[in-house]
Design a protein around this ligand. Structure first.
Ligand SMILES: NC(=O)C1=CN([C@@H]2O[C@H](COP(=O)(O)OP(=O)(O)OC[C@H]3O[C@@H](n4cnc5c(N)ncnc54)[C@H](O)[C@@H]3O)[C@@H](O)[C@H]2O)[C@@H](O)CC1
Ligand SMILES: [K+]
Length: 495
């Protein structure tokens, strides 16, 4: 059985993971055996990452996470490493398998001491304080130790998850360990991949521990993977003509914001749309044409002149550089009255948040970042980030649309009524936190709509391709990546 493998395609909540655990045990694998496998996976990961460290400090709490920690200590000591275990709470609080693990550590002659503020942390630190059993804010003594550990700059391997991190939301419950490496077991938990999770997790290793039973509870969602999207775009027959690949009309680019619509239009062209039209301010026509002469560009100061263009399009994108002027509002109202599939981004979302009736016509894809999502939900940004999984699903319900909630671990939900599970994108990198990235995403999503994907698939596939293109663009370094650097990798990925 492989002890560790690539990240799985689905993720489960902490409660579901406990259920999976219980089913494995009911299915005949003793809990202590699982604990030993967990410890072995952590130890192998430590050896691979820090082969010559020779010194290990293990920090144990009072649950089964601590049990894993004690057994890692045993393996390290057997390998000749100098091991010290510090515990919080009291070993008497241990139960069941964790007690067995503690006894195994004592029998092995490990140095096991209660933690105090003067305790010396050294070598590689194993964080086995809190796992999926965390409930409520981290208690003061734990918080003190976690803060000492984070200040120490020692290399930390987190057992199952960084202590203090909420496995479901990716939000620290007061404080959370910042690990260099996390070895997680049995199931992938969404909090490892979204919100603040990735900043605490470091490199993520997954260890299956055992083959899951057939009748597992349904996963909370899926992780987006490129291999699942092969052939989702129509083949291009030899006798193809541009009419087969749709006509996307992009609307935006208020005065002073022409770059956004240029980026979106250029990406739509490079993403395979048959035809691309743009409605923007006349000031931007020359710049747009000089950058991409393939675009049919309409410089309109009079929004009413857009009506005949809507007749010719097969899908719409509104938002890049749109602004909120009367010009923008008038264009926005016309787009929202159209039944064509559409992408709403940036100020198109802010206008939607201000609108009294949220009713949308036709299939819609909304692509908010957390602040836009907060406006749409009437919350503040912190409330959205406190539970991104809930926020994206509420938005999808509220607007009866497919929704991309941007930010690390982008989430895609909806449209409601479809069978598609919640999706999470674990690719991408902080180099993408620059202006223009959203415009590229909306242009890409628009081109996918033009080629026949529905709003749900367009959202999912666009987010994945955008993230992978961002990773390619960041190969030369995350600082200084331009949104336009993604366009060529997007083209490669789509082909
Ligand atoms: N057989 C099993 O159940 C397996 C469990 N595994 C490990 O067990 C972990 C889950 O174990 P548990 O359910 O015992 O839970 P944990 O070990 O995560 O934590 C529970 C303990 O932490 C304390 N605690 C809870 N919230 C706290 C807070 N806010 N501040 C301070 N202390 C708090 C509780 O009083 C309890 O003693 C997993 O994360 C994984 O590491 C693995 O060994 C695989 C097998
Ligand atoms: K932990």
């Amino acid at each position: 059985m492989p002890m560790s493998s690539r990240l799985p395609a689905v993720f489960y909540s902490a409660a579901q993971t406990r259920e999976l655990d219980a089913r494995l045990i009911a299915g005949g694998i003793p809990g202590f055996e699982l604990m030993q496998r967990a410890a072995t996976a952590v130890w192998e990961a430590v050896l691979q990452r820090w082969p010559g460290a020779a010194r290990l400090t293990v920090l144990c709490g009072t649950g089964n996470n601590a049990g894993d920690g004690y057994l890692v200590g045993v393996l390290a000591q057997r390998a000749g490493w100098q091991v010290t275990v510090y515990w919080l709470g009291a070993p008497e609080q241990l139960r069941g398998d964790a007690t067995l693990a503690w006894q195994a550590a004592r029998n092995e002659g490990l140095v096991i001491k209660p933690w105090c503020a003067e305790a010396e942390l050294a070598g590689v630190v194993v964080d086995a304080l809190l796992g999926t059993g965390l409930s409520g804010p981290v208690r003061p003594q734990y918080a003190e130790l976690i803060e000492q550990l984070n200040r120490s700059a020692l290399p930390v391997v987190a057992v199952d998850l960084p202590s203090g991190l909420d496995a479901d939301t990716g939000v620290p419950q007061g404080v959370a360990v910042r690990a260099e490496l996390t070895v997680t077991f049995i199931a992938l938990k969404p909090g490892l991949l979204t919100a603040q999770g990735p900043d605490h997790v470091g490199r993520l290793v997954f260890a299956t521990l055992a083959r899951l039973p057939e009748d597992v509870p349904p996963a909370l969602g899926v992780r987006l993977r490129l291999g699942d999207w092969r052939d989702c775009l129509p083949a291009r027959p030899r006798a193809a003509h541009k009419g087969l690949f749709g006509h996307v009309l992009l609307v935006g680019g208020e005065r002073g914001m022409g770059g956004a619509i240029i980026l979106a239009a250029q990406t739509a062209l490079r993403s395979g749309a048959g035809r691309v039209s743009v409605v923007t301010r006349p000031e931007h026509v020359a710049a747009l044409l000089s950058r991409c002469p393939e675009v049919m560009v309409h410089g309109l100061d009079d929004p009413a002149a857009m009506a005949p263009l809507l007749e010719q399009a097969s899908c719409l994108v509104i938002g890049p550089g749109l602004g909120r002027s009367d010009w923008a509002r008038s264009l926005w109202r016309q787009i929202l009255a159209s039944e064509l599939p559409k992408v709403l981004d940036a100020d198109a979302l802010n206008l939607l948040a201000e609108a009294e009736v949220p009713g949308l016509i036709g299939p819609c894809l909304l692509t908010p970042h957390p602040a836009e999502a907060a406006r749409l939900l009437g919350l503040d940004t912190a409330a959205v980030q406190a539970d991104r999984l809930v926020a994206v699903q509420r938005l999808a319900e509220r607007y009866a649309s497919a929704v991309v909630l941007k930010g690390v671990g982008s989430l895609i939900a909806g449209p409601p009524g479809g069978e598609r599970p919640l999706a999470l994108c674990s690719d991408g990198n902080p180099g993408m936190a620059v202006a223009g990235m959203g415009d590229v995403l909306s242009g890409l999503a628009g081109a996918l709509l033009a080629q026949g994907l529905d709003v749900g698939d367009a959202g999912r596939y666009a987010v994945l391709v955008h993230a992978l293109a961002g990773d390619q663009a960041a190969q030369a370094g995350q600082r200084g990546v331009l949104a336009s650097d993604l366009i060529e990798p997007i083209r490669q990925l789509l082909n």
